[in-house]
Design a protein around this ligand. Structure first.
Ligand code: SF4
Ligand code: SF4
Length: 268
């Protein structure tokens, strides 16, 4: 692995942060962890992070954090080069792990969107789909969330530095609801909620404010989307409402996609 000499003469792992199609929210989560970041920055050489540092150093890198989805040809080529340059590649956020909200176009004709949204569509160069990083290169770890949880990210980075497994939960948002003592709003108020199939990480903030979970952290381990959709149906949701609920920030993640596709077919 390539190392950079630190102030004390010891070599440091080289960290790079890259961005593709995204809102930058996940990179901002990293910057928002500034107190902790300073400690991490002392342990690594931040070789490439254009949102945080003007100087950019060429690869190879020990750890690459990749935000955003692959949405045009140039990005599809760039991610190949980043993979070649990086020993450990972590996809961060819903865009990088599931295509993001922009993957909604994967179900439509992208030219329809371009013609409606842009004053001069001829300037737009895009792929017909928005896809996660893992559709293009091997990914060593995926960190979910829209945006990611900064503490989970720091846990993943520090785990790499000290050589232990990251401790990111794979259980559902319902567990977080119970843990903070929130009354289940799906049971008590009949509010549609993706919590039973969504991975924990947000501390169940939406149900605590009487809003159903939007699925920001993507599918939990072994989610049962069919069972939740049946429950939503029994509570009065139409197939179209179920499709819309599952097609959010992580709609193109396979388990959510499977359920929404099934209900779209049903609604025809
Ligand atoms: S996952 Fe969400 S917060 Fe992160 S870059 Fe994508 S849209 Fe922004
Ligand atoms: S409100 Fe949603 S996340 Fe919370 S326990 Fe009920 S179903 Fe699960």
């Amino acid at each position: 692995m390539s190392k950079t000499d630190g102030a004390n003469g010891q070599s440091k792992p080289r960290l790079a942060v890259f961005k593709f199609a995204s809102c930058d929210g996940c990179q901002l989560s990293l910057l928002d962890a500034e107190d902790y970041l300073l400690a991490v920055a002392g342990a690594v050489e931040i070789a490439y992070f254009v949102e945080a540092r003007r100087q950019t150093l060429p690869g190879p890198y020990d750890v690459a954090l990749v935000e955003g989805s692959i949405s045009n040809e140039e990005q599809a080529e760039q991610i190949q080069e980043i993979r070649r340059q990086s020993s450990f590649l972590i996809a961060i956020g819903a865009c990088a792990t599931a295509g993001g909200i922009q993957a909604l176009r994967n179900w439509q004709d992208v030219d329809d969107y371009i013609n409606i949204v842009y004053a001069n569509p001829s300037y737009i160069d895009t792929l017909a789909t928005s896809t996660p990083i893992s559709d293009h290169v091997a990914v060593d770890f995926e960190l979910r969330g829209c945006p990611i949880n900064k503490y989970q990210l720091l846990d993943v980075v520090t785990s790499l530095l000290i050589g232990r497994q990251p401790r990111v939960p794979t259980y559902s948002v319902c567990v977080e609801c119970k843990r903070r003592g929130t009354t289940c709003i799906m049971v008590a108020q009949g509010v549609p909620c993706l919590g039973p199939v969504t991975q924990a990480g947000c501390d169940a903030i939406c149900p605590a404010y009487n809003r159903g979970c939007y699925g920001c952290y993507g599918p939990m381990e072994a989610p049962n989307g069919a069972a939740l959709a049946q429950q939503l149906e029994s509570m009065g949701s139409s197939p179209d409402q179920i499709v819309r609920l599952f097609r959010g920030f992580n709609g193109y993640a396979e388990p959510f996609k499977a359920t929404s596709d099934e209900y779209e077919e049903m609604g025809r």
